[in-house]
Ligand binder design. Structure first.
Ligand code: ADP
Ligand code: MG
Length: 729
């Protein structure tokens, strides 16, 4: 085999790592240098203005326009000192990436003389065209205009001569069109609900923030090989390709030494990340060949999510320099693991207490139990919605196929903690506790920190696992915006906590002692959410059966799963807290199904084109070579010899004919179904048609193509194969 089969791309194919220049020896020398953070702000703003911004950052309240003028001026001065010539509002529309539109600082005065200008109005608000972003059906009924509004709780930053200002994105009529606005609202209600609980134990707590530490998985593919795969270029996943003889079966990739070209790439994007204040800390090889992961130190949710989106962008750009393509798709390759984005989530007080970490005193442990059990209950009550928020055309390949958490939402606690909850369930009666019962319970609760110290079992098959001091939502896909699932988690937990304090307060009013009241309510929650707790292997068939028996839902169809966005239950929760209206939920639902439909439509087109224009002609070519050689043999040998020598070859010729005929037949049928689906006006019927009638052809067509890949001469095969994509770097 030639080392590189694609002559036209040979120049692009490099094997040497690109040299990386570090700005300084220590990361702390340059960490955050491109961020307008509090420290920098203090230097560029007057004490009064700085005080105002600091307060707004904490409270999330709006900043007065006059103050905004001062901030804008300081921001401009700083950005220019960092080389910026332009500024942009930066937001998270309902797509897989962020959006920006750059404007120059410079203006012209009456005499045509140029000067740099930026003021509060430009900082506070901009008006991008909302019709160019996913907006469901509101585009039909309202003006297409939308506006972005500054989010002072996430600091501005400079990338490549442009000042970026994090913003929310709203339609002109007030509907949120992004991930950030509802996320901020959910953080606010969670704060209030959690503080109420904290006040049972400590009146000094003023604020609770939610924390997020994401782990980003990705694949790297050599750029030259990537360019020779139209399916990767257009759909970000391989629609065909026979499994490589070597895959991940030897378990020799996970945590092994990182290849030189890859580590150069990692160092390079980490430098950029660190300059932008993204605390990336961990890097390693993942399970599949050419798959890797990076993770930061956790941060406040809104900032952490901005940082995740920003980092994905930096990773894409830096990859170009290293002649790599980074794939964030959840399942770029069949037969090996896909990529997820674990969302590690917890809550912390302004008194520096992690609320999902057991403490040293029984009081702290009781508080821990409240947050733990209420989170379990929230996941129990809103599991379907959590699933809907992470479901997508890409992630459907992970969820429910036995490699990543299944479509059944369950919670893993670990053996000891699980035992503890079982005990609690049994020991607290709804009547008043005896002194002995109380003592024994307190003893048990006192033991929690030790229990967790020993709790090393880390179930990797659970979609939602407790990992000692946080929950880890593992089913999230690698492409997605954490804002989607985390908004739901925050809202569901906040609601639970509110209901919890209501119930406890009522019991206290009935003269039940605070601690007894807490125990009683917790016990009921433990019973109510028992079904969702599962400690076994989440990938097993046994669990699917067991879950059905327990009445847990297992929805693998994305169109079906998305429907939870428009259920009465969801509307009730989100309207109660004014986070998303029915209309906005409907908009999100429409965006989800339209995105799904479009992606499947695109995959279907690319698959059909590749099959007809690349695969069949190649196979027919090879077939002709075989036929020619059979004819040549006939000329040289006598009949007996000829029959013996060509028997196998003739079989191959027939085999090729069988596969090519089958491919072209199925492609024609698929196109017919696609055309039928495209004619459907109603978007819900349309997505169903795509799901039911188009998708089934994908695997069928692929089957014949992958067989041909094994038959046809390697030199002729037009697409880079799995072994080349996955082991060439
Ligand atoms: P693992 O692979 O074992 O899950 P990693 O180190 O890759 O561990 O990732 C763990 C992530 O969890 C990190 O981003 C870390 O900062 C984050 N994390 C730790 N504590 C918390 C917390 N209290 N809240 C949110 N995230 C947390
Ligand atoms: Mg993890």
């Amino acid at each position: 085999m030639a080392i590189f089969r694609f002559k036209a791309l040979e120049k692009l194919f490099i094997r040497e790592p690109i040299k990386v220049d570090f700005p300084s020896e220590k990361v702390s020398d340059y960490f955050g240098t491109n961020v307008f953070n509090l420290e920098t702000m203090q230097r560029y703003l007057s004490n009064n203005v700085f005080g105002n911004v600091k307060k707004a950052t904490k409270s999330g309240k709006r900043i007065d326009r006059k103050i905004a003028d001062h901030v804008a001026n300081g921001m401009k001065e700083w950005a220019i000192s960092r080389g910026a010539t332009h500024y942009t509002h930066w937001f998270h529309p309902l797509t897989d990436s962020t959006a920006e539109k750059h404007d120059a600082f410079f203006e012209l005065d009456r005499n045509g003389k140029s000067f740099e200008s930026f003021h509060g109005e430009l900082l506070a608000q901009q008006e991008p065209d909302a019709s160019s972003f996913p907006n469901g059906s509101i585009r039909n009924t309202f003006e297409a205009r939308g506006y972005t509004a500054w989010d002072p709780s996430s600091p501005a930053f400079v990338i490549d001569k442009t000042l970026f200002i994090p913003t929310i994105f709203i339609s002109y009529t007030g509907e949120t069109l992004d991930y950030k606005a509802p996320l901020l609202k959910s953080l606010n209600i969670l704060d209030k609900a959690a503080v109420k609980v904290c006040h049972y134990f400590d009146k000094n707590v003023k604020k609770v923030i939610a924390t997020l530490g994401w782990e980003q998985e990705y694949f790297l593919v050599d750029e030259a090989l990537y360019l020779a795969r139209p399916d990767l270029v257009l759909t970000k996943r391989t629609l065909m390709g026979h499994t490589s003889a070597k895959g991940q079966q030897l378990d020799d990739h996970y945590f092994s030494s990182i290849p030189e070209r890859v580590i150069a790439y990692m160092k390079d994007f980490e430098i950029e990340a660190h300059k932008l204040g993204i605390p990336v800390k961990t890097r390693h090889n993942e399970v599949a060949p050419n798959q890797f992961e990076c993770a930061p130190i956790f941060e406040e949710v809104n900032l952490a999510n901005d940082h995740n989106q920003l980092l994905m962008d930096i990773m894409r750009k830096t990859a170009q320099k290293h002649k790599f393509k980074v794939l964030f798709h959840e399942k770029p390759f069949k037969g090996i693991n896909g990529s997820g984005k674990h969302n590690n989530w917890s809550m912390a007080t302004d008194t520096y207490v992690n609320l999902l970490k057991p403490g040293r005193t029984p009081k702290k442990n009781l508080q821990f139990l409240i947050f733990l059990i209420n989170t379990i209950k929230a996941v129990n009550d809103y599991g379907d919605l959590l699933r809907a928020s992470i479901m997508s055309a890409g992630n459907q390949h992970r969820l429910g196929s036995n490699e990543a958490p299944p479509s059944i939402i369950s919670v893993f606690l670990g053996k000891e903690l699980n035992k503890m909850l079982n005990k609690l369930e049994k020991s607290v009666s709804n009547k008043k506790m005896t002194a002995d019962e109380k003592k024994s319970l307190q003893l048990d609760i006192g033991k929690i920190p030790e229990i967790l110290l020993d709790n090393t079992d880390r179930n990797r098959t659970s979609p939602f696992a407790f990992t000692g001091n946080r929950f880890e939502f593992r089913a999230v896909g690698s492409t997605g915006n954490c804002g989607g699932p985390i908004t739901i988690l925050n809202t569901a937990v906040a609601d639970r906590l509110n209901l919890f304090t209501d119930e406890v307060d009522k019991l206290i009013d009935d003269n039940i002692k605070k601690e007894d009241a807490i125990f009683q309510v917790l016990r009921n929650y433990i019973i109510d959410s028992k079904n969702i707790r599962f400690e076994g292997n989440g990938y097993s068939q046994k669990w699917i059966k067991e879950a059905t028996k327990r009445g847990l839902s297992n929805i693998t169809s994305p169109p079906e799963s998305f429907k939870e966005y428009i259920s009465e239950k969801t509307a009730k929760l989100f309207e109660k807290y004014n986070i998303l209206s029915k209309r906005e939920l409907n908009l999100r639902y429409e965006v989800k199904i339209e995105e799904f439909t479009k992606k499947i439509q695109l995959e279907s087109r690319v698959l059909g084109d590749l099959a007809m224009n690349h695969i069949i002609p190649t196979a027919v070519n090879y077939q002709k070579m075989l036929v020619d050689s059979i004819k040549a043999i006939k000329e040289v040998f006598d009949v007996d010899e000829y029959i013996k020598l060509t028997a196998r070859r003739k079989e191959v010729v027939k085999n090729i004919a069988h596969h090519t005929t089958s491919i072209s037949k199925k492609v024609q049928l698929m196109i017919k179904e696609r055309k039928k689906s495209n004619k459907i006006e109603d978007i819900i019927d349309k997505v169903d048609a795509y799901y039911e009638n188009v998708i089934p052809f994908f695997d069928e067509i692929r089957y014949n193509i992958d067989k041909l890949e094994l038959i046809v001469d390697n030199e002729l095969w037009p697409l880079p194969k799995y072994r080349e994509l996955l082991f060439n770097r």
